[in-house]
Design a protein around this ligand. Structure first.
Ligand code: ZN
Length: 504
């Protein structure tokens, strides 16, 4: 609206007339206003400064008070990230993803297979020669299953090939058909040792740091569901056909099949998709198949007589989607005037050639095969690897940080006196303060006199008001009387500064 008025000639004219009519008293009045305004403005500045430092002090206090006290929530909020969780949302989501995948350009692999369920009790035989027959069946079954699995008609489609009709749609299922479903996409990382875990913790299972986990989000959704034994579900999972059963018996030649009984149980599904890119990676349907065969030995096997063979199988229908992608390191730190070969891997039709280009040629250039060359300009540039598929460009970016090198380091104290058991903090200041790799390592000459523990605080990530400054703090602990030197060593350039610590 404001912009509309600005461009309105009628309004402009009216303003011009109004200002032309301003009298001397108006102007004097204006001067008084200006003084008042300046005073108010000055007041606001002071207020802002007070608030700024207040926030800073509050922020630092808050940080210190909270550090090591609570799991720190990351910026992503479960409630605003529309993550399918309940049966209805999951069904709707997966059905949409199956349709999208069918209409898009991934390579698709469809596999149907039977596996024996469990180890020892997957094959049981009852009858006079149960032991011998069980061992025989166990020997023959893997071969039989291999043959069955060879006949299930695996399908694969290349990028862009349409095989929508071969995909299993979920629209015949309703939320009531789902017994339970989970969608895992969060994990927890120890802020101390960086190890990751599926569950939140108050004490790190690895390094035993207390109450220091960050909640983080995976790139993928990982769905696992079980289904109810409803007519919908029975219709969805097509039953074994007579030829399936006949094929299952291929390895059992020499036996007459007197009776066949097939039962199904535990229909289930799992799926994985990209949380942020919305792509379906796989969807797997499974159910337990219990096959009971009444058999009678013939000819050479006549001596076995009649017996019952029970097989515990699982039937798996797996749909794999491989999306066209270029995979490239997301970022890389490179020195000025340096040349490095980037390499990209691709999911693409055979014979696809990757091309390269720089989006910031003033900072970094790249040749046809991915050799980058930086100049003497520090900063961030972007190099892109790409190829074309069906008129669409598939690409990935690598951010090239042309490193601002460390040119020195200084400790805030060169001498320190401590009593046994006492601790003190040293702070290392790097030159320049925008150095790209701003970490330090800490060392002691003699840990029997004093030890040192270093931490790197990246303020940008914690408070957002320090503009990315990194602080290197070394905590010295006095162990026994003596004199020792404590060093900090910069990770970039190996610059060194030391403090002489006397323990009394
Ligand atoms: Zn840990």
């Amino acid at each position: 609206m404001a912009d509309e008025f600005k461009n309105d000639p009628i309004k402009e004219t009216a303003e011009a007339q109004a200002s032309a009519k301003r009298s001397l008293s108006d102007i004097l009045q204006d001067e008084a206003n200006v003084k008042l305004r300046n005073r108010i403005f000055g007041g606001i500045i002071i207020l802002l400064v007070v608030i700024f430092f207040g926030v800073m002090v509050y922020g630092v206090n808050n940080l210190l008070a909270n550090e090591g006290q609570h799991p720190v929530e990351s910026a992503v909020d479960d409630s605003i990230s529309a993550s399918p969780q309940d049966a209805e949302a999951v069904l709707t989501y997966l059905e949409a993803k199956v349709i999208e995948a069918g209409a898009a350009t991934p390579a698709i692999g469809i596999e149907t297979k039977y596996e024996l369920r469990g180890e020892d009790d997957a094959v049981t035989v009852s009858g006079d020669n149960a032991n011998v027959l069980t061992e025989t069946a166990k020997l023959l079954l893997p071969k039989a299953l291999e043959e069955v699995n060879g006949k299930t008609g695996n399908v694969s489609a290349d990028y862009g090939e349409n095989i929508t009709g071969s995909l299993w749609r979920l629209d015949s299922l309703s939320p009531a058909d789902i017994a339970a479903v989970t969608n895992n996409f969060t994990y927890y990382q120890c802020t101390a040792c960086k190890e990751t875990f599926d569950e939140a913790f108050t004490e790190c299972p690895k390094c035993a740091a207390k109450n220091t986990c960050n909640k983080l989000y995976r790139d993928n959704y990982d769905f696992n569901g079980t289904l109810n034994d409803t007519p919908d579900v029975q219709a969805f999972y097509k039953p074994l056909t007579a030829s399936d059963v006949a094929a299952l018996l291929t390895g059992l030649n020499g036996f007459e099949v007197l009776d066949t009984k097939v039962t199904y149980a535990n229909p289930a599904f799992s799926a994985a998709s990209g949380r942020t890119n919305g792509r379906l990676y796989n969807i797997v349907f499974s159910r337990n198949v219990d096959l009971t065969l009444q058999l009678k030995g013939q000819d050479a096997y006549a001596a076995f007589g009649e017996f019952t063979l029970s097989l515990k199988l699982i039937k798996i229908n797996r749909f794999n989607f491989t999306w066209p992608t270029v995979n490239l390191s997301a970022e890389m730190v490179v020195g000025a005037k340096e040349s490095v070969l980037l390499s990209a891997s691709i999911n693409a039709p055979e014979g696809t050639i990757v091309h390269w280009r720089s989006l910031t040629p003033e900072i970094v250039t790249v040749d046809d095969v991915g050799y980058i060359q930086t100049g003497d300009t520090y900063g961030d540039g972007t190099v892109q690897a790409y190829y074309e598929l069906n008129g669409e460009e598939i690409s990935a970016d690598c951010v090239i940080h042309v490193r601002v090198p460390v040119e020195g380091v200084a400790l805030n104290r060169r001498r320190e006196k401590l009593s046994v058991g006492e601790t003190a903090q040293l702070k290392a200041t790097l030159e320049p303060d925008n150095a790209t790799i701003a970490g330090c390592q800490w060392f002691t000459d003699d840990p029997s006199i004093a030890t040192v523990d270093g931490i790197i605080i990246e303020h940008e990530k914690v408070l957002g008001i320090f503009g990315g400054k990194t602080e290197n703090i070394g905590t010295i602990t006095a162990v026994s009387p003596g004199t020792v030197r404590i060093y900090c060593l910069t990770e970039d350039g190996a610059w060194r500064s030391s403090c002489t610590v006397t323990v009394e």
